[in-house]
Design a protein around this ligand. Structure first.
Ligand code: AMP
Ligand code: ZN
Ligand code: FE
Ligand code: FE
Length: 298
């Protein structure tokens, strides 16, 4: 069974529509795919409808921007009720922070002699709820200023570059609790990569587990073999689920093809069991996994 638990669509900064993403997942011989756009559930309905059509299992999720000790940390949340008040408020604050940052970044580009309008960014984002630097990068590509997203990040948009502007994020622990309250489970994305914990020690992970964290992403392109070994060992010691995924962004990110890393079936089953328990405890109406024929998971 091939399981990929972290992918992006045009609902945030991926380049495939949710339907295209799910069709591409089926073509890549995945049995299970999670849609995890940044800070929004907008792609879920379209992805679920397509999953029924193509016979793949679809797990609704999102990747929420958070912060810990001055670092940006990405938190994957699976099967939360996005209308749960604490989570909905948090997502609204993050999305507002993404929006208000755009004109500031465009100002900085203007000072560098590069004229891009808010309309150009909106055209690049196709109206996505979560506007991100990749959309500004796409506008720069369209304008012919850079060749691709990577060049845009290297020259202008990456942390510390001339057009970079930071944005709002809630503390990691606050967001973990909001996800739990919403009946979902949380997994730290690429903990050892960009937008991660740095080099988390076991004590930090044990504490986060106590707060309600369910797992960490171990098999991710940001992690080399040594990092994966250490993270897997820490997950085992602390009792966290270890996941693997592509972090697919369509053509927006090279070397992140669907299924390039996968989650072991027993780890997936553990995560889904924790989600079932969290859903019941929350007393909220949590979203369902759309069943593909291959797994038989409810
Ligand atoms: P933002 O959400 O605006 O903070 O932008 C971060 C997003 O940009 C993440 O989804 C990353 O995957 C993406 N990203 C970061 N660096 C690069 C890069 N060098 N090339 C393409 N995408 C990138
Ligand atoms: Zn992204
Ligand atoms: Fe991320
Ligand atoms: Fe991601």
């Amino acid at each position: 069974m091939r399981i990929d638990l972290h992918t992006h669509s045009r609902a945030s900064d991926g380049t495939d529509t949710p339907a295209e993403l799910v069709r591409a997942a089926a073509r890549s011989r995945l049995d299970v795919v999670a849609i995890t756009d940044h800070d929004t559930a907008d792609g879920w309905a379209e992805a679920a409808a397509t999953a029924v059509d193509v016979g793949i299992t679809l797990v609704p999720g999102m990747e929420i921007s958070t912060g810990l000790r001055g670092r940006s940390v990405h938190l994957l949340a699976y099967l939360p009720d996005p209308t749960s008040p604490a989570l909905a408020d948090e997502l609204n604050r993050v999305l507002a922070g993404r929006e208000s940052r755009v004109p500031e970044m465009l100002d900085r580009l203007r000072h560098l002699g590069i004229e891009i309008g808010a309309d150009d960014v909106r055209a690049a984002s196709h109206g996505a709820a979560a506007t991100g630097r990749p959309h500004i990068a796409d506008a720069l590509v369209t304008l012919g200023v850079v060749g691709d997203r990577t060049e845009a990040f290297d020259r202008f948009l990456g942390a510390g570059r001339a057009a970079y502007v930071n944005r709002y994020a809630a503390p990691l622990e606050v967001t973990i609790r909001a996800v739990t309250e919403a009946g979902g489970v949380s997994v730290i994305a690429h903990p050892w990569g960009r937008g991660g914990l740095g080099r988390p020690d076991e004590a930090t992970l044990a504490h986060l587990h106590d707060v309600g964290l369910a797992g960490i992403e171990v098999d991710h392109q940001d992690h080399d073999a040594a990092a994966r070994d250490q993270l897997r060992a820490m997950a085992r010691n602390v009792g966290l689920v270890a996941t693997g995924s592509s972090d697919y962004h369509g053509t927006g990110k090279i070397d992140h093809e669907l299924g390039c890393n996968t989650t072991a079936p027993d780890e997936y089953e553990r995560l889904m069991e924790l989600a079932r328990e969290a859903g019941v405890r929350s007393e909220r109406v949590t979203p369902l996994v759309t069943d593909g024929p291959a797994t038989g998971t409810a």
